[in-house]
Design a protein around this ligand. Structure first.
Ligand code: DQA
Length: 138
């Protein structure tokens, strides 16, 4: 069975409560259960951290043995050279995900340190962006 790791960055632990007009009203924990029952033939894991270094540690830890990483680095997408470098340094392909269409939002969200190092990018489809990213590993 393929092993896929979903990594969520800062403030995504607040999904359901945080700016629901942009990010929806479902918690990620609830949505993750739906994903697990939808994709029964892959081994799906989920990790969230608000701390940049912890996200880098997780990328390094799974990045030589898992089949895929689905990364929503949230605000660190636009700031983190370190996360970009970590993706460059590991072997597991990373698909970048965003719930919102970052290109339809403020200019500072238009730049990503993740995209140049990602296998692909899925954004703007709400939580469904994660479904589409998982499907890309089939
Ligand atoms: C986000 C978009 C980022 O710009 C923002 O900082 C987030 C969430 C998204 O999923 O739409 O926290 O990554």
């Amino acid at each position: 069975m393929k092993k896929l790791m979903i990594i969520n960055g800062p403030n995504l632990n607040l999904l359901g409560k945080r700016e629901p007009e942009i990010y929806g009203s479902q918690t990620f924990e609830d949505y993750f259960q739906e994903l697990k029952s939808k994709f029964r033939d892959v081994n799906l894991e989920y990790y969230q951290s608000n701390i940049e270094g912890e996200i880098i540690d997780k990328l390094q830890k799974v990045g030589f043995s898992y089949d895929g990483i689905i990364l929503n680095a949230a605000a660190y997408t636009h700031t983190s050279v370190g996360i970009g470098d970590a993706i460059k340094g590991i072997e597991t392909p990373v698909v970048e995900v965003h719930i919102s269409n970052t290109f339809a939002r403020e200019e500072f969200r238009h730049h990503s340190y993740i995209s140049p190092n990602a296998k692909g990018v899925v954004l703007g489809f709400g939580l469904k962006s994660y479904d589409l990213a998982i499907e890309s590993f089939y």
